[in-house]
Ligand binder design. Structure first.
Ligand SMILES: [Zn+2]
Length: 1130
């Protein structure tokens, strides 16, 4: 039996009949020393596993007991105690319950007593401190140590700067930091004025430690302050002691010093934590727009924000100290009720109500003569006005605004420039992926994009001509850059002049743009109803957008960009001399705030999808911006879209959007915002581009209120900050969260699509699903192929085609969904042979915008009732959520006539992830993931829900299977995806999410999405539907033959793809698991202990102990004097 086993046996007394006490006492001094020596050797070479084994066998208790036993004698034996302390520290680090065990075995007291006795004996003291350090890592034990005077004891040891006993001082400071994790200790520290004392100590060490030899001491002192600052009273004490100023000036001089990183990061956390909380600079957080809608109890007058609301910021701290438990699992949200997962509730409405949807499925009953003669439907009633306009472009327009009908869908021979065969692009991507040189900070990204892109602005010579004409004409940029909706139709002379002027501009400068027409846009915008009665149009929506030929790379995040910004924020507080703080734009104060004479930027957002509530000039070239809450709501600020003008050239302007709500953003991972320059458009480059640098997104010091009560919720807002250097002086530019896509743009697009189709081949019907609360029409589009003939057989084939239902843009801020939808629609009516096959085999029912009102009014998430429409699918109401009610009604109707869709998909945008991916629904995967106890073996589930995403993974460059999920969460029970799956039994019911940012896999890896990539995804989705059908058992022989002919005619790439596709069902994608983003380089939050804060890691303490053990034979010599040399603390 080894000594080790003897010791272990002695500890696990309950297993042995021997009694712990007697066995321990029976060991003589020599035996104990021998055991300690042996254990020390064993554990110093062993792995953690060996130590954990020892802990599991009661090793901690045995050591603690030995400590108590040895220390309680009149003259404690340090020959035993020192190696014992080292072992205790080493083992204690790995034993989560060590503090508790020490408390129970009364080891705390004896250690404190020993420490007091050894204040002048540094080596002994150091050993005691190590033990205390380990005890204090349990917060409850730390609190007990505090009660027993541990803080006073260690604070006595921490002196101002000295060269002596620095290891002791360091460990004492670390013990204090550990003790201060307990809130009761922190409270005691505040009451005893530790804060100014700690600040002085830190300052002293900082000033004298010019060689940076004592960074751990400085860091530990800062950690003490950081823990105290978690208390409100601690922050107050910190501010009263000029803590902000002291730490701010300290950090100024060392930002560039890499070796000081451990200090800098803590200083920043303290500064952020102590920055006084304040309300947003708004009178009320309720949306600037309110709209009387049914079912909203008119609440009391919107509550006005006052300073008092923030006096008590809802102190987050509870009084009791407790060791944090493990965070609860996300899986809690998974639905584990098999009945809820599999039952199909009955209709949510009387069956007879479904009959109204028969009229929306005319294709099932109508005879084709009727359809031919039908002159368009009521959506186009503004057509007359529009067609009377002398500028109406026709298919034969000399400027070639449109591709003519033959090009788009008629003559299959012609190659349509925008629609080269989709098959040839499978998984290759449209981007020519020449990664242009990485942009450096401060460079004009706008220019850069174009200068590297020969496809745009190729007419180099006349560019300068136009440039010159800008200067000569002195055009009224205001009138051009935000045209009045009524311009072309008004009778007043002033607007008529503008109208003529815009006509002139369009004639001279408009590039032919496929599927867009400014005049039609204007006509549509006039009919669009907005809460604020918009009278202006945003130039980019009106004029149109041509996607750049290649996608832009993601922005490389500069290290330290966030800390520089945070220090700027702190400087505002403590050195406010250069702060202007002038409101230059506000929706709440509609009088003209902007004196155009002044040098500041001008802002505007009162147009469709516009969202900017307030702009405040902070410094000469810096603006704080606030975005508007969703209509009839106080929250959801994330989307922005506004015009800015009056800029100087080559000046970096900084913008801070200070009331964002989401806790993280792709803006921290390479995403840029989008910019459209009016001058660039007039120069022939009408393009939204990604722009902005020094971008980051972080938690700020503005406090949120809880909805309803008005009490401060303790939650903060987030700041999105970015710098922009505009391409031209005196330009008007539009900045947006993502490429805007308005309701008027959709209505324009649908009309142009309808006109573009070859009616002999393409059945395209546009009708009104319902009216929205805001009085707008929600369009429903039906696309299929005309029957081959009116023979009974052909009509029968026509009517038996399966349905596919696609919806989008229920969340208005997700404009990427509309671009994907645009791609889907254009592809489906195109002459691409794949599109033709699709039309001939399916009937597509498409609702391209489920939330027109939200889109129009610049909402991010909600309807006019301030509610998320994608949480209303369980029981929508006809007059509260009409678009959801009728979309669901139409699906119910299709089900009731035995025609439920093969696939249902709702297009969305995702703000936290990259790539494009699907969410689907699976009972088995959900139960399995939740580790539900219900037996899943006898549950039958068709796994066909996985086929489409697997196909898309192979086909679409932007798509990745690895982000797809098929879990059913309780919190998603009322979304389209889950309701259509559960109530209508559509097993392939999906949400398709597209990143706002771009891809981190596939051909587009490292690139941000342009509109072209998003549109391509929309087309690829359709191709996926075709392949899905080919792989299904029900696929008709005729389709198989035709598809084979088509696919075989294509390049080898296609064969390759088909092979891959046939083998792909065996296993999931080969793409590496692309999970969520890695932790951000700089913390977005500062409230919680951040990952960079290595207090929790004990390897450093381990190292010290190890070092000491090695040197111990060279002497306990370091026998120090009595400490008279120590300075008194000033
Ligand atoms: Zn969404």
């Amino acid at each position: 039996m080894t000594w080790f086993e003897i010791l272990l046996r002695s500890a696990s007394c309950d297993e042995e009949d021997g009694d712990l006490l007697s066995l321990q006492s029976s060991l003589d001094r020599e035996s104990i020393l021998a055991i300690l020596q042996l254990l020390g050797d064993l554990l110093s070479v062993g792995t953690d596993r060996r130590i954990r084994y020892m802990i599991s066998k009661g090793g901690s208790e045995a050591l603690l007991w030995t400590l108590v036993d040895t220390a309680r004698t009149a003259s404690p034996d340090y020959v035993i105690l020192l190696p014992l302390f080292r072992l205790l520290a080493k083992v204690g680090l790995r034993d989560k319950k060590f503090g508790q065990k020490a408390l129970e075995l009364e080891a705390l007291d004896v250690t404190l007593i020993l420490a007091r006795k050894n204040l002048c004996h540094s080596q002994n003291l150091l050993h005691c401190l190590w033990a205390l350090r380990v005890f204090a890592s349990s917060v409850t034990t730390g609190a007990m140590l505090g009660i027993n005077g541990a803080m006073e004891l260690v604070l006595k040891v921490i002196t101002p700067h000295t060269q002596k006993h620095t290891q002791v001082i360091r460990t004492a400071a670390e013990v204090l930091a550990a003790l201060l994790k307990s809130k009761s200790n922190s409270r005691r520290a505040v009451n005893r004025s530790y804060v100014p004392h700690l600040l002085r100590l830190h300052q002293d060490w900082h000033n004298h430690d010019t060689a940076n030899s004592f960074i751990p001491i400085r860091r530990a002192l800062l950690l003490c302050l950081k823990h105290i600052a978690k208390l409100r009273s601690g922050r107050e004490a910190f501010l009263a002691a000029q803590g902000m100023e002291i730490l701010f000036s300290i950090i100024q001089n060392c930002l560039d010093d890499q070796s000081l990183e451990p200090v800098i990061s803590i200083v920043l956390q303290i500064l952020r934590q102590c920055y006084p909380k304040s309300p947003l600079p708004l009178l009320t957080t309720s949306s600037a727009y309110s709209f009387p809608v049914p079912g909203i109890i008119t609440s009391e007058a919107p509550r006005v924000l006052t300073e008092e609301d923030y006096e008590d910021d809802g102190e987050e701290e509870e009084d009791k100290d407790s060791d944090s438990e493990d965070v609860k699992e996300e899986d809690d949200d998974l639905e584990t009720d098999v009945n809820k997962l599999s039952s199909k509730p009955g209709l949510d409405r009387p069956e007879e109500e479904l009959m109204q949807y028969k009229a929306m499925c005319l294709e099932l009953s109508c005879s084709f003569e009727e359809l031919e003669s039908k002159p368009g439907d009521d959506l186009n009633s503004d057509e007359t006005e529009y067609t009377n306009h002398h500028h109406i472009p026709t298919a034969a327009s000399p400027k070639g605004l449109f591709l003519n009908k033959d090009q788009i869908s008629g003559g299959q021979e012609k190659e349509v420039p925008v629609q080269t065969s989709l098959l040839s692009r499978v998984k290759m991507g449209r981007s020519s992926i020449h990664l242009t040189s990485k942009r450096g900070p401060g460079m004009n990204s706008y220019r850069n994009v174009h200068s590297n892109d020969p496809g745009i602005g190729s007419s180099g010579s006349d560019v300068s001509d136009v440039q010159a004409s800008f200067l000569e004409d002195g055009w009224d940029m205001d009138a051009i850059s935000c045209p009045r909706i009524s311009a072309s139709f008004s009778n007043s002379t002033k607007t008529r002049e503008t109208a003529e002027f815009i006509d002139q501009l369009l004639q001279t400068h408009l590039k032919p743009m496929v599927f867009h027409d400014p005049y039609l846009y204007m006509a549509k915008a006039r009919r669009t109803r907005s809460v604020a009665d918009f009278t202006m149009m945003a130039f980019p929506d009106f004029w149109g957008h041509c996607p750049p030929l290649s996608a832009q790379p993601m922005l490389q995040r500069k290290c330290g960009v966030q800390r520089i910004k945070i220090l700027e924020d702190v400087r505002r507080l403590i050195q406010p001399s250069d702060i202007i703080n002038k409101v230059v734009f506000s929706l709440d104060e509609p009088w003209p705030l902007q004196d155009t004479a002044s040098d500041c930027l001008q802002f505007f957002s009162v147009f469709e999808s516009g969202n900017l509530r307030k702009a405040i000039q902070v410094r000469e070239f810096e603006y704080d911006l606030l975005v508007n809450a969703d209509v009839n709501s106080t929250q959801h600020q994330q989307w922005f879209y506004f015009k800015v003008s009056g800029m100087r050239a080559a000046v970096p302007y900084r913008f801070n959007i200070i009331n964002c709500e989401k806790p993280n953003s792709q803006f921290n991972y390479g995403m840029q915002l989008t910019l459209y320059s009016v001058k660039e458009a007039l120069l022939g480059r009408p393009t939204w581009v990604r722009t902005g640098y020094d971008i980051c997104y972080y938690k700020n010091h503005y406090l949120q209120r809880t909805a309803g009560t008005g009490a401060a919720s303790g939650k903060c807002y987030y700041t999105l900050t970015f710098a922009v250097t505009f391409p031209h002086a005196e330009d008007a530019c539009y900045l947006a969260y993502h490429y805007p896509y308005t309701y008027s743009a959709l209505m324009t697009h649908l009309d142009i699509l309808e006109k573009s189709v070859n009616r002999k081949q393409v059945y395209f019907r546009q009708e009104v699903l319902c009216q929205t609360l805001g009085g707008n029409s929600c369009p429903l589009v039906t696309i299929t192929a005309m029957p081959e003939s009116d023979s009974a057989d052909h009509l029968e084939q026509f009517r038996q085609r399966p349905y596919q239902v696609i919806t989008a843009r229920v969340h208005p801020g997700e404009s990427n969904a509309s671009w994907v939808m645009k791609g889907t629609l254009e592809f489906l009516v195109s002459s691409d042979p794949v599109a033709r096959l699709l039309r001939e085999n399916f009937i597509f029912k498409i609702i391209p915008m489920l939330n027109p009102d939200g889109v129009i009014n610049g909402n991010h998430r909600c309807s006019l009732r301030g509610e998320d429409l994608n949480r209303q699918w369980l029981s929508p109401s006809a007059h509260l959520q009409p678009t959801i009610y009728h979309a669901k009604g139409l699906l119910h109707y299709l089900g009731s006539i035995g025609r439920r869709p093969t696939v249902f998909c709702d297009f969305h945008g995702h703000s936290q992830k990259k790539n494009v991916f699907l969410y689907g629904c699976s009972i088995k995967e959900t139960l399995w993931q939740a580790e539900a106890t219900v037996g899943t073996s006898n549950l039958l589930e068709d796994v066909s829900y996985r086929t489409l995403p697997k196909i898309l993974d192979k086909l679409a460059p932007a798509f990745t299977m690895s982000s797809c999920s098929f879990l059913v969460e309780k919190s998603r029970a009322s979304t389209a995806r889950v309701v259509v799956w559960r109530e209508m039994g559509v097993s392939r019911s999906y949400t398709m999410e597209s990143s706002y940012c771009g891809c981190n896999q596939g051909p587009y890896q490292g690139l941000q999405f342009g509109t072209g990539e998003l549109e391509e995804m929309g087309a690829m989705f359709c191709l996926g539907l075709l392949v899905l059908e080919l792989k299904s058992g029900s696929c008709s022989h005729q389709l198989l033959t035709r598809a084979a002919a088509l696919l075989n005619a294509e390049e080898e790439s296609l064969d390759f793809y088909l092979q891959r596709c046939s083998s792909c069902s065996s296993n999931s994608s080969t793409a590496s698991e692309l999970d969520d983003e890695p932790p951000c380089l700089e913390e977005i939050e500062y409230g919680t202990d951040s990952s960079s804060d290595q207090e929790g890691s004990f390897s450093e303490l381990d190292r010290q102990i190890q070092e000491c053990a090695f040197h111990k034979d060279e002497g306990e010599e370091e026998e120090e004097g009595t400490g008279q040399g120590r300075k008194a603390i000033p």
